[in-house]
Design a protein around this ligand. Sequence first.
Ligand code: NAP
Ligand code: G3H
Length: 487
Amino acid sequence: MKEIYLNDLNIELKKLLNGKWIESDSDTYIDIHSPLNNSLLGKVPAMSKEEVDLAIESCKEAQKKWKLTNIFERSEILYKAADILEEKIDELSELLIMEVAKDRESARSEVNRTADFIRFTADTAKNMQGEILQGDSFKGGTKDKIAMVTREPLGVVLAISPFNYPVNLAASKIAPAIIGGNTVIFKPATQGSLSGLYLANIFQKAGVPAGVINTITGKGSEIGDYVVTHPDIDFINFTGSSEIGARISQISKMTPTLMELGGKDAAIVLKDADLDLAAKNIVAGAYSYSGQRCTAIKRVLVENEVADKLVEKLKEKVEKLVVGNPLEKQVDIVPLIDNKSALFVEGLIEDAIKKGGKLIVGGKREENIVYPTLIDNVNEKMELAWEEPFGPVLPILRVNNIEEAIEIANKSQYGLQSSVFTENINDAFYIAGKLEVGTVQVNNKTERGPDHFPFLGVKNSGIGVQGIRYSIEAMSRVKSTVINLRK
Ligand code: NAP
Ligand code: G3H
């Protein structure tokens, strides 16, 4: 693997600093192994605090010039980056398969989706306008007072991405940040950092000037606190677990943040639902990429009257999911990112069964492969009812009525998305209005895209709103210049 993917690009063991891939001063490296077969894929530097300081200083300096460039000029660089991504799809998707165990279709779709995201970001920025306000609509105001409202970049944006979308969830921070005139310190998840560095290399090859994107590698548990509290970071754009998000939020004090965190998305199935449609969406939503998606369906709340029928349909589909190594064939269930994650999922399954949950399918683990698991009769005393497994296990909670479904859905600490399956539009709107989540999907699985839609979590699922225009707005601020005309 090393020869093909990394030596070719000459980025292994290196960091992107001020427009050059240079050797890190660190004498400590982190080995990146594949979750598929434990093979060594490469090494990234565990950067020192001094190196972090240099990276941030370089971004700060570069931002002075970058913010003065034209949006058209920035857009051309993004279009080029999107083109290179597409050219490199074979290589990059292989790397995603090896590094984070994506199945081939999902890996390719992540790369294509990212290219589309980057292009749409450029298009959107070119079409964003400021506004002019006249003073006479407020009591005592006058037509002679005019506010010219424009947008300014924030400065140096710290982009921290998770392991599960190492390319997409990095680009969806970097592209809106730089199109808005910010510079970016990019810290990829350690497992996923080779793919992240590959992406940074693409931006550099596309013509991003020196210092506009610098990379930081190293374990979040070691270098994270230092980076997020650095005085020269102007904005933190973080995607990852609620636990780390809460920590960053606590210690970063006055630095503004955009956070997309964990979820426990519920699929609410009413007695009048199209059960075939519901079953198809629930299985796709719960098990794709082995459930390692923030938006995966992580619990089903189904009305008693149709619970048996739904379980039967789900069982049929879950039994057909293909488990295996994505290098060998197209699979539905891939190995989890590491053994620790698989053990955690296994613990949740065991707890549910011990407390009376009925195992319908699966329940088996082999190292980091967890077989797709469906558990019925889950109740509120079981950890599986509340914890985010980030694995291929789906609990079914039977409910008496709509009110009970809403109550249990809202008891969660999370509030990312929810699905409602019903043929009754009034019930759909009623439930959507009551759910404490960022997005409600009517008759579909929970999912982030299309990527220009607003994407947000409430409660412990996030702070702020992503989505192309929303991300550009989040990483810029309004500037108001008031003209007072002579009378
Ligand atoms: P994670 O463990 O929270 O890590 C996320 C990122 O934070 C990684 O880059 C990690 O670096 C870094 N990090 C760790 N400790 C840090 C610290 N003290 N300061 C600063 N950064 C630190 O999450 P994950 O396991 O990669 O991803 C899975 C989680 O992300 C799930 O909970 C999932 O729901 C959530 N997620 C949410 C969304 C969303 O849009 N809502 C999208 C995707 C994933 P290291 O890798 O070096 O530790
Ligand atoms: O893991 C979290 C991602 O933001 C989810 O994106 O719904 O397209 O899989 P997705």
